[in-house]
Write a protein that binds this ligand. Structure first.
Ligand code: C5P
Length: 288
């Protein structure tokens, strides 16, 4: 751990340093051929704040600018004001939160469907949005690409928005796969709903990627770096096979004091109120 000074910074918390040290040593020994990375998007690859302002999540992007009508913005904000405190309430269990999150995503997606946006609208909204990739994200993406390390971005946000944010602020490489909620369009390019099963913050252990052959095809990559900002993100790699070393890195952005104990129990490394990928990049640099 002394070789990676970023791990000793005051905002980086580690409950079991010996374990983290052993996992990182194993990853370094095995090298980049054995590594795969699984990351959440909102507030994990993207920032929570930028220059003191709260940044948009994928869903928030749609509320910025003038593309969508005021009724959409008002109702979407009202939904968030009601449901976000429940999502992040450390006193509720995941089981208690799941039906409430399904309710939120269902209402939010129905609301958006009513607006009949056009394919090109998403690009315009992203260009003018306050969604920001973390500092160091471009380096992170480029290094993973250069070393042919697969990156799965697994998000309960909106896939179309994620793709545009990455294309606009970094590069969407061919080693990256974005699994998320994608908009469905008719032949005229007008939105008619969402494709496939809904992904919300607490069902990342189900369907979506785990029923596909994604992880089967990567079974020779026994080492996983998992990055998330919610306790639901801990399940993003549940479908991975033959895992030997897993390093779980959690970004804790809100309700820090109340959630810290829980995050330290579940994540190997917890990074508090940091808007960069410096810690992840420092570890990655050693493995490459
Ligand atoms: O990428 P990730 O899985 O973190 O995306 C989900 C995030 O989007 C949640 O943390 C939630 O707070 C946010 N969200 C939102 N508006 C919605 C639904 C989710 O801001 N309608």
């Amino acid at each position: 751990m002394n070789d990676i000074p970023e791990l000793n910074l005051p905002h980086v918390r580690i409950a079991h340093p010996e374990h983290v040290s052993e996992v990182i040593q194993n990853m370094i020994k095995d090298g980049h051929d054995k590594l795969q990375v699984v990351a959440d998007f909102d507030r994990t690859l993207s920032k929570y704040t930028h220059r003191g302002q709260i940044c948009s999540t994928c869903h928030n992007v749609l509320e910025e600018g003038h593309v969508l009508p005021d009724f959409y913005k008002d109702e979407a904000r009202a939904l968030r004001d009601h449901y976000f405190p429940i999502e992040t309430n450390p006193k509720l269990t995941v089981e208690e939160k799941i039906p409430v999150m399904v309710e939120w995503w269902t209402k939010a997606h129905d609301l958006l469907t009513k607006c009949h946006i056009k394919r090109d609208d998403v690009r315009k909204m992203v260009e003018n949005s306050t969604a920001r990739l973390r500092d160091g994200c471009t380096w992170f993406f480029d290094q993973l690409q250069a070393s042919e390390i697969p990156l799965l971005i697994f998000s309960a946000g909106i896939g179309d928005v994620i793709i545009e944010v990455i294309k606009h602020q970094a590069t969407l490489h061919d080693n990256m796969k974005v699994v998320s909620n994608y908009l469905e369009y008719d032949e005229q390019g007008q939105m008619t709903g969402f494709q496939g099963d809904m992904i919300h913050v607490y069902n990342k252990n189900e369907g979506a990627i785990h029923d596909s052959d994604y992880f089967q095809n990567l079974e020779h990559r026994n080492n996983i770096i998992l990055m998330g900002d919610s306790l639901g993100d801990l399940h993003m790699a549940d479908g991975a096979v033959g895992v030997q070393n897993k390093l779980k890195i959690g970004f804790l952005n809100v309700k820090v004091a109340e959630s810290l104990d829980l995050y330290m129990k579940r994540y190997d490394i917890v990074i508090l109120e940091d808007e960069t990928l410096d810690v992840v990049n420092a570890i990655l640099q050693k493995v490459l």
